[in-house]
Structures are given as C-alpha cells and as structure tokens.
Design a protein around this ligand. Structure first.
Ligand code: NI
Length: 183
C-alpha cells in the first residue's frame, strides 16, 4: 500500500480552530478519493512495518479540518483484531445520547495534529450514540463504546475547533480522575 500524500496541520495552525460546515450531498469524486486516502493513511500508520518505513505516528482518527478543509467529515480506523481493520466514515455527525459513565485513556489521548508530549486526562463518555451520514449520503445510527467512543468524541470535537488539550486543566491535569474509569 502506498502512503497517500496528506499534509496534516499542526496544532499551531489556526484553521484547526474553525467550526467545520455541514456537508451537502452528493460528495464530489475528489472528496470520495480524499476519504479513501485518509482511511489508507490511518491503516498504514497502524501497521508497525509501514509506520516505521514512512516514519509516521499511529493514528486512529482523522478529521477533514486536520487537512485544512472545514467540512464535517472524519474517518476512524479501528484495529479490531491483529491485522483486522474496521473503517468508519462519519459525515455531519450528531451525538444523540451518551452514558453517564465517564472514562479516560490512561496513557493519555493522542492526536496527529499534536506533536509533543502531553500530560493529563480527558474525560469522555464511555458510550455514545451518534447519528451521521455515510459516503453516499445515507443516514445511519451507531452506538460506540470504550476506545471507539473516545475516538468519535475526539473527532467530533475537531469539527467544532476543539483539541483534546483544551479539555485538560493545566493547573490540575488529573482533575476528577477518581470519578472516571481508566481504559
Ligand atoms: Ni485529533
């Protein structure tokens, strides 16, 4: 698999702070190709040999705005089993319900736009139900949990100009952790 030629914005780029706009269907062929490129990029980043070959960081999700395009589109690639990948294409998403339970990633959240060490935890719902559209504009509803739920919430934040580091209190980066479950 060839590495798609994507330029991912760094957190210093102000475009990451834009509120992305709702997408109107049908998508152009250019958008469809870009979505496939994003999925390929994430998959490559999760395969050890290829990640090293291309000198990448592993990523699970990528939002359009990270390429500088303010449209409400993101993709997620979830390695469900060794070498088994599940792709998600999520357009115009809305969180329609969430669990009360909160979780956080014990080793810290990551983002392909944040190229430094970070400290602290990001509270996320353990489960969310999301309504969205697929690449052809068909509506669907999905319930996600655990790391996949975190990935969805992280990417939806990108569509609203929010980075995970915004959610960490620099004075108390582990605030309220006793009220959440570590994953
Ligand atoms: Ni991110």
């Amino acid at each position: 698999m060839k590495l798609p030629d994507l330029v991912i914005l760094d957190e210093k780029d102000k475009r990451l702070r834009l509120i992305s706009k709702e997408v109107v269907f049908p998508l152009s062929n250019e958008d469809k190709k870009r979505i496939q490129d994003m999925l390929d990029y994430l998959k490559i980043s999760q395969i050890d040999d290829l990640r090293e070959k291309y000198n990448l960081r592993a990523g699970m999700g990528l939002a359009y705005i990270q390429l500088g395009i303010a449209k409400r589109i993101f993709v997620i690639v979830d390695e469900v089993d060794e070498g088994q990948f599940e792709n998600y294409i999520v357009i115009n998403p809305k969180i329609v319900s969430n669990s009360e339970e909160l979780i956080y990633v014990g080793e810290g959240e990551g983002c392909l736009s944040i190229n430094r060490e970070t400290e602290g935890i990001v509270p996320r719902y353990a489960r969310v139900t999301v309504e969205a559209f697929d690449i052809e504009g068909n509506p669907y509803r999905i319930r996600v949990r655990e790391d996949l739920a975190i990935a969805f919430q992280h990417e939806i934040d990108h569509l609203n100009g929010i980075l995970f580091t915004d959610k960490i209190d620099p004075k108390n980066p582990y605030k309220n952790m006793e009220n959440m479950r570590e994953i």
